[in-house]
Structure formats: structure tokens, C-alpha cells
Design a protein around this ligand. Structure first.
Ligand code: F6P
Length: 337
């Protein structure tokens, strides 16, 4: 790679996810490999506003590929949403000679990138969120680890639900997206799965499925609910959906479900091999893009390939829920329409 930039920054922003450290490591090591200096920016956009920076070297990212969380910390910055905040961030870049930024996060992070780019800083985004709800990419870092964490927890729950012949209602993260709930629902053989993107009816999709499972001889039931299944700002407030569904089950069927909100457990833990490798490939591609003189790009995973897309266009791509997986789920849960 022939370099066109001398110094770049890397930051993590928004909700964290397993694999962020692997992406930071890849950005730092690719940068060094290309003869570029890499500056770690701590606490997301706030770090850029406040000059909260640290020089990165090969050692500063040693032994983090297997660690959850982010060594750079993360934050949601209200100040960076203002023009004054963006100007301060751009001034930090100018002062420190940071010509390009790699930002790891979700849609909000990419909108922040575009704001900074208006001040002449090159930007590249890497998708990292356990929700896997970024339309331009088929895969975002953290999803596989979060799904496996949820599956392991639900398998454990199933053991005790089975012993006690109970109904379990499990809330999985995803306040606007049901990707995680749908995927985990297939992997755990759930009785019913409720997600925000697919219209559902309590009688048809929950009560009747429990009745039908009971009539087929099953005596424990696993209902998976996405955090935002109700698509309703009031109930969506965490934790909400699972408690509401449990109440409806109690009223309708006269059984006492047990509620488990998996919550932030899903955001932690050592990343799976898939997340480590994807994060490393994306980190490499992000530096490659900056070195090639590109800006306003999002690194995407499309049909197995790592590509990059214009950031404004990327933000226009609607969030995608697999309809094939939805059909499979409908078949597995017993009601085919
Ligand atoms: O990372 C995305 C997400 O996990 C959503 O599914 C969830 O609603 C949200 O983050 C909660 O984030 P926080 O508690 O950090 O505000």
C-alpha cells in the first residue's frame, strides 16, 4: 500500500460490542505496517473534542484480540451533535495533524463521521453493533458473539424450564431490530419469536402456539421477544417487552411464565472467531481506504466480501431482516401462512 496520509485516529463510539478491540488492533497494526502513525481517541467523539488521545503502537494492542469491550472506551456525545462540538473536534485533528479517522460503531457513529468530514477530515466507518441492523452491510461486528451468548443462556434456561414444566419469556436486545431475536429463536428452537419488523398478533403468534405445543405433548415453552417487539416507545423502554408478554400469557392462559431479560450480558464477552476475523479484515480495509485517499466510506460485508460504500448512500440503505429466516422460523414454530 502506498501511503497518502501520515497520521490517522481510531475511535469507538455508541454501544460497544465484542470485536471492537480486534478492529482497533487491526487499524493500529495495518497503520504501522503502512508506515502511518495511529492515534487512539478515547471515549468516542468526546475524546476528539477534549483531546483525550493516546499514541498507539504494536504493544498497545497486544493481547486484546480476544477481549470484549473496547480499550478506547466508548460514549454517546451530545456535544458532538452541535456545530460548536464538531468544530472543536476538527480543531483537535488540525492541532495533532490527524488527517483521517476510523470510527467503529453504528449508524449514529457514521452520521458523526459525515459531520466531521465537512471540516476536511477524511473518515471511514466500520460497522460494530450486536443488533446487526446496519442496512449497508450483511454483517456487523459483535453479532455472532452476542447471538452465541444468548443461545448459551437460553439453553441453560431451557433445562430448568423443562424440569419445572414452565413457560419462559426471554428478552433479547434489539430495540429497533429483530435480527438477533430471530436468529437466536431459530438456534434455540423457540416456541414463538416476536420482532418489531414483522406484524404479530398475540392470540395467533403466542397463545395459539403455546396451546398447540401443549396439545402436541410439550410441557415447557420458550418465547423469545426482541426488546422493541411492541414498536411502542412507552413499552420499549428497557426492560419492557418480555414483562408485558408474560403478563398477557398469564391473563390468557392462566400459567405463570418466568421472565429473563438478557440485557447487557449480550454485549460483553470474548469475541467469537467470526467476529475476530471480520473485525480484523474490516480494520485492514478501513486503513487501506484511507491510504488510497478515500473518504466518507463505510466498510461493508457483502456476500462474504469486504467492500466499501459511500457513507451517505450507506446511511440510506434500509435496515434488513432476513425474510428467508423469517419463513424458516414460521415453519419451525408450527404455523405456516
Ligand atoms: O448496541 C445496541 C443496543 O444493544 C440495543 O439493542 C439496545 O437497545 C441498546 O444498545 C442499549 O444501549 P445502552 O444501554 O448502552 O444505551
Amino acid at each position: 500500500m502506498e501511503k497518502t496520509v501520515k497520521r490517522i485516529g481510531v475511535l469507538t463510539s455508541g454501544g460497544d460490542c465484542p470485536g471492537m478491540n480486534a478492529a482497533v488492533r487491526a487499524v493500529v497494526r495495518t497503520g504501522i505496517y503502512c508506515g502511518i502513525e495511529v492515534i487512539g481517541i478515547r471515549r468516542g467523539w468526546n475524546g476528539l473534542i477534549n483531546g483525550d488521545v493516546v499514541r498507539m503502537d504494536v504493544d498497545s494492542v497486544a493481547h486484546i484480540i480476544n477481549q470484549g469491550g473496547t480499550i478506547l472506551y466508548t460514549a454517546r456525545s451530545d456535544e458532538f451533535r452541535t456545530e460548536a462540538g464538531q468544530q472543536k473536534a476538527a480543531a483537535t485533528c488540525k492541532l495533532l495533524g490527524i488527517e483521517g479517522i476510523v470510527a467503529i460503531g453504528g449508524d449514529g457513529t457514521f452520521r458523526g463521521c459525515l459531520a466531521l468530514a465537512k471540516h476536511g477530515v477524511s473518515v471511514v466507518g466500520i460497522p460494530g453493533t450486536i443488533d446487526n441492523d446496519i442496512g449497508c452491510t450483511h454483517y456487523s461486528i459483535g453479532y455472532d458473539t452476542a447471538a452465541n451468548t444468548a443461545v448459551e443462556a437460553i439453553d441453560r434456561l431451557r433445562d430448568t424450564m423443562q424440569s419445572h414444566e414452565r413457560c419462559s419469556v426471554v428478552e433479547v436486545m434489539g430495540h429497533r431490530a429483530g435480527n438477533l431475536a430471530q436468529y437466536v429463536g431459530i438456534a434455540t428452537g423457540a416456541t414463538a419469536v416476536l420482532v418489531p419488523e414483522v406484524a404479530w398478533d398475540f392470540q395467533r403468534d403466542v397463545a395459539e402456539r403455546i396451546r398447540s405445543a401443549r396439545l402436541s405433548g410439550r410441557n415447557h415453552f420458550m418465547i423469545i421477544v426482541a426488546e422493541g417487539a411492541f414498536n411502542d416507545d412507552e413499552i420499549m423502554k428497557y426492560p419492557g417487552s418480555a414483562n408485558k408478554i408474560a403478563e398477557m400469557i398469564r391473563d390468557e392462559l392462566g400459567i405463570e411464565p418466568r421472565v429473563t431479560v438478557l440485557g447487557h450480558i449480550q454485549r460483553g464477552g470474548s469475541p467469537t472467531a467470526r467476529d475476530r476475523v471480520t473485525a480484523t479484515r474490516m480494520g485492514y480495509a478501513a486503513v487501506e481506504a484511507l491510504v488510497a485517499g478515500k473518504t466518507n466510506r463505510v466498510i461493508c460485508h457483502q456476500n462474504g466480501a469486504i467492500t466499501d460504500m459511500d457513507m451517505e448512500e450507506a446511511l440510506q440503505v434500509p435496515h434488513y431482516l432476513s425474510m428467508h429466516q423469517e419463513e424458516v422460523l414460521q415453519a419451525m414454530t408450527g404455523i405456516v401462512e
